[in-house]
Structures are given as C-alpha cells and as structure tokens.
Design a protein around this ligand. Structure first.
Ligand code: NAD
Length: 249
C-alpha cells in the first residue's frame, strides 16, 4: 500500500472515462481516502461512491477561488489532513490560432492555470501544517511541443503555464516539505476530445508514437501514484513524460 492513510484531492475527477477518475481508483486501491472535485455535485458524489463509501465527492469549479476554499475546508474537516492534490481539471478546444476568441482564451487558461493556482492555494496551508505534501499538476505534451495534436495554441499556453507555475511553487514550498511536480501526458483515450478526434487523426498520430499505441488513463494514474507516494520523496519541480515516446528531449 503506497498511500496508506493518505488523503488525496483530485480535481476534475468525475468524468467516467477520464484520467482523474482512474487516478482516484488507483489511489484508493493503495489505501488513500479520495476527494473528487468536479463541476456537478451529483456526478462528483456518484464517482466517489462508485470507488467506495469512505470517499467524498464535492462540487467545485476550480476557476472560482471561493469554491476551492470551501471544498478543501470540507475535505480537511472530514479527514483531518490533506496529503496530496492532483490538479487534473482541464478543458481543450481544437481552434486555430487566428480563431481564438477572448472567451476561448479565458475558458481554457482559467480551468488549467487559474484552477491550479486556486486549488493549490486552498490546500497548501493544510500541507504546511503537516510539514508534508505532494502537488501533482496535469500538464500535457502539448506544452512541450507546441500542440499539434488536438488542442489549440491557447491550450499549449495553459499547459506550459502550469509547468512554470509548478516550478515556482516547488522552489517556494520546498522549505515546508511540499513537493510540486507535473505529468505531461501524450494522447490518452478519454472523452476530452469529444467526438472531434477522428480515426484518421488517430492513425496519423500513431505514426509518431514509438510504443505504437495511444495512452490509457492507467498509464497516467501510475505516474501520478509515483509522484504522490514516498517513492518520489526527493523529487520536486520535475515533470514526467508519459507519452509512448511521442516527444523526447
Ligand atoms: P475529461 O474531459 O475526461 O475530464 C476532465 C474533467 O474536468 C471533467 O470531469 C470536467 O467536468 C472537469 N472540469 C472541467 N472544467 C472544470 C472546472 N472549471 N472545475 C472543475 N472541474 C472541471 O478529460 P481528461 O482527458 O481526463 O483530462 C484530464 C486532464 O489531463 C486535463 O487537464 C487535460 O488537459 C489533461 N490531458 C489530457 C490528455 C488526453 O489526451 N486525454 C493529454 C494531455 C493532458
């Protein structure tokens, strides 16, 4: 059990085929109590209940600072501590550079980047109290290679911003034994692309993946488990590529 008695908050984890939900399942199987945050209260509750009655599902729009503070307060009061935060909530849009409207920019930047800021600000005081914590930020290969897979350039910017914000947090929070790391997934089969990712697009993408398959949510959950557990206790400010070799540097 790598996460025995740990308490983990995962944002954007109610999507049935999503990365966050799989992280929640794996964390729970390793002994953690899991708090699932997502936009819709019923979805979040149902997702938590599916994993087990000892877990909690709460409504939280991560772009809203008050939502984040309220949800984290409820979680901390119930479980007494917060050990791990996974900033997983994110949205994408396949829009060309010149077509990005102010509302597109705001929506995509806000969920990934502002959401990471607000959720992290809400958990850090609890982690400081325990002199321990692990924050994991779900970036993307899109941050490193400038998109070119599905999301537009505003998505690349949001995901690259998460890497910068995460490193700055790692520097500032290390003295409290709070570690901050990122994961950069390649293309993972979830519902984030809606029905806009065609079979032809998938085939084209596969040609650039040495491991010759698209990723599955468990590929990301396993990396997350490593970063959340003491296996990575001397790692901070890092990002782990989980992309089948699609991008190497
Ligand atoms: P998904 O669409 O299945 O899940 C995203 C979840 O975030 C949904 O449950 C949604 O309701 C929630 N969400 C959206 N806006 C929110 C908000 N304001 N507050 C709280 N929750 C919100 O997507 P996924 O593929 O599981 O993606 C999870 C993360 O991984 C995202 O950050 C995404 O950018 C990143 N990522 C995904 C891929 C991929 O190929 N699937 C690749 C790289 C990075």
């Amino acid at each position: 059990m790598l996460l025995k008695d740990k308490v983990a908050v995962i944002t954007g984890a109610a999507s049935p085929r999503g990365i966050g939900k799989q992280i929640a399942r794996l964390f729970a199987s390793q002994g953690a109590k899991v708090i699932i945050l997502d936009l819709n209260a019923d979805d979040a509750k149902a997702a938590a209940l599916e994993i087990g009655s000892e877990h909690l599902g709460l409504a939280c729009n991560v772009t809203n600072k008050e939502d984040c503070e309220n949800a984290i307060k409820i979680a901390a009061e119930k479980y007494g501590r917060i050990d791990i935060l996974v900033n997983n909530a994110g949205i994408t849009q396949p829009i060309k550079f010149l077509d990005i409207k102010p509302e597109n920019y705001n929506a995509v930047m806000d969920v990934s980047l502002r959401g990471m800021l607000y959720a992290s600000q809400a958990v850090v005081p609890y982690m400081q109290e325990n002199k321990s914590g692990s924050i994991i930020n779900m970036s993307s290969v899109s941050a490193q290679r400038g998109g070119g897979i599905f999301g537009g350039s505003h998505y690349s910017a949001a995901k690259a911003g998460m890497l910068g914000l995460g490193k700055a947090m790692a520097r500032e929070l290390g003295m409290h034994n709070i570690r901050v790391n990122a994961i950069c997934p390649g293309l993972i089969q979830t519902d984030i692309t809606g029905d806009k990712l065609t079979d032809e697009m998938k085939e084209e993408i596969l040609k650039g993946i040495p491991l010759n398959r698209l990723g599955v949510t468990d590929d990301i959950a396993k990396a997350c488990l490593f970063l959340g557990s003491e296996l990575s206790e001397y790692m901070t400010g890092c990002s782990i590529d989980v992309n089948g070799g699609m991008h190497m540097y």
